[in-house]
Each structure stands twice: as C-alpha cells, then as structure tokens.
Design a protein around this ligand. Structure first.
Ligand SMILES: *Cc1c(COP(=O)(O)O)cnc(C)c1O
Length: 391
C-alpha cells in the first residue's frame, strides 16, 4: 500500500488479552456496518444498539446501564444537561392544548421555560403548592398531560408527598415525572415510588467533580424510552463519550462522597442553627423543615445541600462575609468535591405560596473538605452576620 493509505488506522493492535477495569472512551461519528443490509436497518439500532455516534457509543451505553441499575429502571436516556431532560420529558408528554403541572418550588429555569417556551407551543403550565399531596386531584382534568414533582424543591427544599401525587395522577391516567436532583438514586428512587420518569442532573452529585454538564431520564416503560429517544433525536441531542466517561468515573465514588457530605452537612446545619443571624436552617432532615415527616417516611438519607434563611438586617454585610469565606466558592450548582455557596437577596419567586421569609438566603453545598475546617469557615462568616444584627 502507499504512504497515504498507510497513514490511516486500517490495521489495529489486537484487543485480545486486554481486560481493563475501566470503560474506555469510544469516540465516533460514523459507525461502520459489515453488510449493506445491516446499514439499511441501522435506524432500529438507535434505541439500544449502535447506528451513529450521536445516538450512542459503548461509553454512553455503559453510563445508561449504570444509571438504569441505580434507578431500578428498564432504560435510561442520557442527555446533554439536566435541563435537557426536563425539556425532552415535557415535550414527549404534552402537546398543544394540553397542560403540565409544576411544583411552585421548581428549578428556576422551569418557570420561563413553561411561561414562555411551552406557552409559545400552545402548552399551558400551572404551578401548584408543593405541599398539595393528594389535593393535586382537584387540579387534574382532561387537559393535564403530565405532573412534575421536585422533592425537595429548589432552594426552599420542601419535601412532597410523591406517592400521594402519583396515586392521584395515575387514577386519571396522567404520568408523573420527578426531578430527583437533591436525593440522587441513593436516597430516593422515584420509580420505586411510582413515578414514570426519574430525572437526574448528572452535573450534580453523580458527576460530582464540577467538570461535566449532563442529564439522565430513567423509565421502566420501554415504549416511553423509545419516545424520549425519538424526541431527543428530533432535537439533535447527544453526549460526548469523554463526558460520559467522566460521569462513569464520578459514579464510582458516589456512595462515599454522598455519605461524607451528608455527615458534614448535618454537622454544619447544627452549627449554623446556633447563630442568631440565621432565622431558619432549611434541611429536610431537620424536624422544622416542611415535609420532614415525608422525608423520614420515603427517603433513606440526605445529602450535603441545605439552605439558610437569614435575618434581613444582615444584608449590608452579607456579600463581604461570603466573599471572605476561604473554603466555600460562590457559584451555582452543587454536589461537588469542593464546597459551594449560592447567595440570593431574597427567597426565589413563588406564585402560589410565597416563602415566609423576607431576608436573604444562602444555599450551601458541602464538599469533601474536613468538617472542622468547613465549620470554622462558616462560623467565622456567620459570626460577622451576628454582629451586624447586634447579637
Ligand atoms: C441543576 C438542576 C437542574 C439542571 O441541571 P443541569 O445539568 O445544570 O442542566 C435541574 N433541576 C434541578 C433541581 C437542579 O438542581
């Protein structure tokens, strides 16, 4: 053969005898087929096999399998972000003239997605009190196509009665999707509690290292999976095998990372509660948090993400106290090895039941630093806030 041809990877080293413990990164756009017939039938392969790099590689299929096993699911769809999972699930269930119900404490991008994007498609959205329980029945009529739950909800962390909502929705033939970002499948399995879809932002605890954006939607009904896959295909969505490999690596240590951040988080929540500038520590494992009894009934534990409601009088000092923390970095997202703090000037918008606080709120995501180092950092910041209110 000529040099031009010899430069191409036409012959390869054998893989026989190479049995690694890791899942390799398989990069591909084109996937080749041994026969014309196999090529012509490739569309059938996009759901579970290999047809084109966009629709799955052995790396992304391994990630799907890992999550299906963790979620007790039949199939999992991997998407470019957690939010893509919310969008694709919603679009796969609801069409023009129908309505979707969202909890009032939904992830913040959900509200403009519902009120602007879905409304533009003729899909109505209604928000409901996360504490509604089986009262959701009164909101379900023939127009409702899907009910979302997010338990605990974003920032304000109310725990919902998911089984009661599922029972009411299923009685009317309506599907339920769960945004399970806080709990991870290790603390609450939405499919075991009757939900039809379990969404996880892999960017959070499962990825766990602040370096990937990815999402997953797990289901038990294979027909639903095929519908989700079709919708993600129509929207041109796929994931990179490099990112899928990072997600697989993150999941390997999920259990120990989660245990550690749960334990440190509980210690920091107790430390924060002792500061007069903290009006309320919102943590589902605390008896004072809304839905605590439901958390105890349905969850097997907590994680290191919780929220502090602060006295309004700390406002002038808050930014500098947070900026002077050395171990908590200011930023969005959570579930990382490093501790993260998000600061809001007031509780987020609620259209059904406003949060009963008018001070700023701070959400902490506790990482893997030593508990004493984190406690010292937090105590220092909160002591400055205590001083600001003369306590
Ligand atoms: C982060 C988050 C999402 C979105 O995940 P991305 O991967 O960042 O798109 C969705 N829901 C909740 C509750 C989240 O916290």
């Amino acid at each position: 053969m000529h040099d031009d041809t010899l430069c191409l990877p036409i012959s390869r080293a054998s893989r026989v005898g190479f049995d690694s413990l890791t899942v390799p990164v398989y990069r591909a756009s084109t996937i080749t087929f041994p026969t014309v017939a196999a090529y012509q039938q490739r569309r059938e392969e996009l759901y579970d096999g290999y047809s084109y790099g966009l629709y799955g590689t052995p790396t992304s299929r391994s990630l799907e399998l890992r999550i299906s096993e963790l979620e007790h699911a039949e199939r999992t769809l991997i998407l470019p972000s957690g939010f893509a999972g919310i969008a694709v699930t919603t679009l796969a269930c609801a069409t023009s003239g129908q309505r979707v119900l969202f909890p009032d404490n939904c992830y913040d991008t959900v509200r403009p997605f519902a009120l602007q994007f879905l409304a533009g498609l003729g899909i109505e959205a209604a928000f409901y009190d996360p504490a509604i329980g089986n009262g959701i029945d009164a909101l379900i009529d023939d127009k409702v196509a899907l009910v979302w739950v997010e338990s605990p909800g974003s920032m304000t962390l109310e725990v919902q009665d998911v089984p009661a909502i599922v029972t009411a929705a299923h009685a009317r033939g309506v599907k339920v999707a769960a945004d399970n970002a806080w709990a991870t499948p290790l603390r609450f399995r939405p499919l075991d509690h009757g939900c039809d879809f379990s969404l996880y932002p892999l960017s959070k605890y499962l990825g766990g290292h602040s370096d990937i954006i990815m999402g997953s939607v797990a289901v038990r009904d294979v027909a639903l999976y095929r519908r989700l896959k079709d919708f993600s295909r129509y929207l041109g969505m796929g994931v990179s095998p490099d990112d899928a490999s990072l997600a697989l690596r993150g999941i390997e240590t999920l259990s120990v990372r989660l245990d550690r951040s749960e334990e440190t988080g509980l210690a920091l929540a107790a430390a924060a509660a002792a500061h007069p500038s903290v009006v309320e520590v919102r943590h589902p494992a605390l008896p004072t948090s809304p839905g605590h009894a439901l958390w105890k009934r349905d969850f097997t534990g907590s994680c290191g993400v919780f929220t502090l409601f602060l006295d309004p009088r700390v406002r002038p000092l808050l930014a500098s106290a947070i900026e002077d923390m050395t171990l908590f970095s200011i930023g969005a997202s959570w579930g990382a090895t490093r501790s993260i703090v998000a600061v809001l000037d007031a509780p987020p918008l609620r259209s059904i039941r406003p949060a009963e606080h008018d001070g700023p709120i701070v959400r902490l995501s506790v990482g893997l630093e030593h508990v004493e180092d984190l406690r010292a950092d937090l105590d220092r910041a909160l002591s400055r806030l205590d001083a600001a209110i003369g306590a």
